[in-house]
Design a protein around this ligand. Structure first.
Ligand code: ARG
Length: 316
């Protein structure tokens, strides 16, 4: 691979600082292992997994966005538009069968964490969802991946919670993982994930979330490329905010209003940014980062606390 295609690496000091913050905050000692060079190859995702919204509903309130009833027909229509926008962005869209009574199964980002290791191959880490109604989704997703040959890394989470790509985001160059905790995933759950990923050579940067409206990391941190991210700064504890600012060359701030309207829950892929809406601020950031906005309305899913990013999971 020619050098020009390699993404910029974090300066050494920043890498070490991220590792330190992660190890220190989670009390994991000093076993932090810097990621090996192989992991730094930049690779755009090619395939996403989605779940049709056949049984999607808003029942018990699991986050502060939930309360209003959904329009089922509109939800189906919006989901189709999200699917089409992913397809038109060059992604292959795979589907998992929806299951009756699993009203949040449409949020494919949550039940498993998906990764790939140069020697261990493709793997998943099953979630332990905080709400029992969502815990039942996990087995269906795990089975889907198992059948396709993914290795399943089960963590002994006991009473801890870990909510997949709601709280666990790959850095775009796959060099490390950003991990949020505080409302849904717990600090202890992320701690166990850190240990498992360290064994594979993936550093994890642990981030404490402090705003209940931004209950998942994917509502307030939205990487745009290896060097830049959208962020709603007030959603993070001070040390976590420092870790993000040290980990990206450019952090673009979202206002509270923009974050609560899920503009931090967009999907950056193949030069596009799929988002439920735009403001002059977000438009300017996208232009600066060379991304073309694609607006797809997701009002019905926002009534459940999610938008485009949560409605899929990248699988390779
Ligand atoms: N109603 C769902 C829940 O509270 C929404 C999940 C949104 N997913 C996400 N990755 N933010 O669990």
């Amino acid at each position: 691979m020619p050098n020009a295609e390699l993404p910029p690496r974090l300066p050494k000091a920043r890498q070490l600082l991220s590792g330190f913050l992660c190890a220190a905050r989670l009390g994991q000692g000093w076993s932090f292992q810097p990621v090996n060079r192989y992991h730094h190859r930049c690779r755009m995702p090619k395939t996403v997994l989605m779940c049709p919204p056949t049984f999607f509903d808003v029942r018990e309130p699991k986050n502060p966005h939930m309360g209003l009833a959904i329009d089922r027909v509109l939800a189906q229509h919006q989901w189709e538009n999200v699917r089409r926008s992913l397809h038109d962005s060059g992604l292959k869209v795979e589907l998992i069968d929806p299951v009756q009574d699993l009203d949040d199964m449409v949020f494919a980002a949550n039940p498993v964490f998906v990764g790939e290791h140069p020697s261990a191959g493709k793997f998943i880490v099953p979630s332990r969802m905080r709400y029992p109604s969502r815990q039942r989704e996990v087995a269906f997703y795990v089975e889907w991946f198992r059948r396709r040959g993914y290795r399943v890394i089960e963590l002994d989470l006991k009473n801890e919670y870990l909510e997949g790509h709601g709280d666990l985001l790959w850095h775009p160059d796959r060099s490390r993982i950003w991990a949020g905790w505080g409302f849904r995933s717990t600090r202890g759950g992320v701690g166990k994930f850190v240990v498992a990923m360290q064994r594979l050579g993936f550093p994890v940067v642990s981030l404490e979330l402090v705003d209940k409206h931004c209950y998942h990391l994917d509502t307030c941190l939205c990487p745009l490329n290896e060097a830049a991210t959208l962020i709603y700064p007030e959603a993070f504890a001070p040390a976590s905010l420092d870790a993000i600012r040290n980990g990206f060359e450019r952090t673009h701030n979202l206002s509270r209003e923009e974050a609560l309207q899920f503009m931090g829950n967009g999907i950056a892929v193949n030069g596009r940014f799929i988002t439920p809406r735009l403001t002059p601020n977000v438009s300017r950031v996208l232009a600066e980062e060379g991304l073309t906005p694609v607006v797809v309305e997701t009002s019905e899913f926002e009534k459940s606390g999610g938008s485009v990013f949560c409605m899929k999971t990248f699988i390779d």
